[in-house]
Design a binder for this molecule. Sequence first.
Ligand SMILES: C[S@@+](CC[C@H](N)C(=O)[O-])C[C@H]1O[C@@H](n2cnc3c(N)ncnc32)[C@H](O)[C@@H]1O
Length: 279
Amino acid sequence: MTREQGELVDDRTGFSEASRLNPGVAHNARVWNYWLGGKDHYPADREVGERVFGMFPNIVHVARADRAFLGRVVSHLAGQAGVRQFLDVGTGLPTVDNTHEVAQRLAPESRIVYVDNDPLVLVHARALLTSTPEGATDYIDADARDTAKILREAARTLELDRPVAVMLLGILNFILDTDEALAIVRGLMAAVPSGSYLVLTHPTLELGGEANVEAMRFWNEHATPPITARSGEEIARFFDGLDILDPGLVSCSLWRPDLPEIGAVPTRISQYGALARKP
Ligand SMILES: C[S@@+](CC[C@H](N)C(=O)[O-])C[C@H]1O[C@@H](n2cnc3c(N)ncnc32)[C@H](O)[C@@H]1O
């Protein structure tokens, strides 16, 4: 931390402590909750949420399809794949079917560690910490860039020499520098053994997201943290060295869809998603 014009500023993120807590500035976790139909947001979040929705109405489908993807992937991992450990970075505010609820429904002994840097997510973390007696949940207040802290604190709950599903859903888009985003993925995946998984979603201007350009520009002028989209080719680099499972890197609504979901959201949305296994 350094002091700039009387305010404490985090040297890594560039955010001041005051801006971390400011209800007057729209924050991603709260606006995402608004688009998901949740209740944890302030007027500034609703205003930006509505403006973005006006420019890019599919944003609501993106948020909902992303959560539905989370449910399907975690069900697959906890079910067929037999994974019992989950590290969910960029968790978001608690909503229906959080990672531990989906995993522990199928495998009550599952252990889940959540990570987010939003102060309101921290306030609501209690709702994420309701584990089955056989399993465990934990919450780490950390920036995704601080992989050393994440891994150190995750080791309280997870055995890092056994397979872990590393989940980065809708978060690398807030790491504007691609090399820095790659370093986060590589740092986390290097710390977990063969048989671990990477789950990732990321917005793109491909797949019909062109109308999102104006909405993202508006977001970057009025809300925090700033966001970027990436191409499929750029996103595929996050999976270098891993085996991407079928159906590959696709619109996350089309990743092994449940039949009733088709028709509930557009068949293709501008958010890529994929699941990969560390060989
Ligand atoms: C779009 S929401 C996604 C939430 C959830 N993963 C999902 O897919 O529904 C992004 C989340 O990432 C968090 N986030 C953004 N930048 C972050 C960072 N640098 N470190 C940790 N969390 C971050 C935000 O606070 C927010 O809760």
